[in-house]
Write a protein of this length. Structure first.
Length: 263
């Protein structure tokens, strides 16, 4: 990575290789981002220090004051001296922010003994989690127009992503936002549960597939993470609130009556 704070500059070959690697060529949904990486120069440093930079279309006035865009792609190269992480964020206007962490200047990955490398972008249905290699929960989803998607939860990493079968993109879903919608959709307002997104991963199986699909449908309406053709098919009724019973038993409290949404 170049430490010279002179802009604009071209991406160096390591930066370019790693950014393109987390945007797999064979997945059509990443193609637009690959063209940005290929075409746009580095025009500014980001707000997060060494390794954080912004690509932009020439002439675009860079904005580093707006909230950091959500993560689009994330990968890790584990090597003999540690690990290098690659984060690429969603496009904001005509700018694109990335961060390479854990690599000192001019690190020569080719010369290092690489232990393994993985990214969320490369995951395919029925594979284990690319990060921890654990089994993960897959919830198959479909839209009224026949679009196939898979909602994935890794309890070990506390990660959620959704694969769009058409574009091949694995969209990383922020846990807190998703969990808020899950609480709304299931009508849970016991603060012990509602304010604790970790419980989604610590009580695997507490939520039905249909609860999770409803939560994603609602989240996606707000954030438009995945472009949907038609509406998501929501199968069956919510089997709600037995999680409240479990937690009530554990904490000695009875579950709250009523299902009014308070959020
Ligand atoms: Zn995992």
């Amino acid at each position: 990575m170049s430490s010279l704070a002179r802009f604009p500059r071209e991406l160096d070959s390591l930066e370019r290789d790693l950014l393109l690697w987390v945007l797999p060529k064979e997945r059509s949904g990443y193609a637009e981002y690959r063209t940005f990486v290929e075409a746009w120069p580095v025009v500014a440093a980001g707000r997060r220090g060494e390794g954080n930079y912004i690509l932009a279309e020439p002439g675009w006035v860079v904005d580093i004051d707006s909230p950091l865009p959500q993560l689009l792609a994330y990968g890790v190269v584990e090597h003999a001296l540690g690990a290098l992480t690659i984060s690429l964020r969603e496009r904001f206007g005509r700018q694109l922010e990335f961060e390479l962490e854990g690599g000192s200047d001019c690190i020569d990955l080719a010369a290092l003994r690489q232990i393994r490398r993985w990214s969320f972008s490369e995951w395919l249905p029925s594979q284990p989690c690319p990060s921890c290699r654990s089994r993960i929960r897959e919830v198959t989803m479909a839209t009224t127009a026949g679009q196939a998607l898979v909602l994935v939860l890794c309890s070990k990493d506390h990660r959620i992503w959704v694969q769009d079968g058409q574009t091949g993109v694995n969209a990383l879903i922020p846990v807190t936002g998703f969990y808020n919608e899950l609480m709304l959709q299931t009508g849970i307002h016991d603060p012990k549960i509602a304010l604790d997104p970790k419980s989604l991963f610590e009580l695997p199986g507490a939520y039905s597939d249909s609860d999770l699909i409803s939560a994603f449908a609602s989240y996606n309406q707000l954030r438009n993470k995945v472009a949907l053709a038609g509406d998501l098919i929501l199968a069956g009724q919510h089997k709600v609130n037995w999680i409240q019973g479990i937690v009530g038993t554990l904490t000695g409290k009875k579950k709250q009556p009523g299902h009014k949404k308070e959020f």
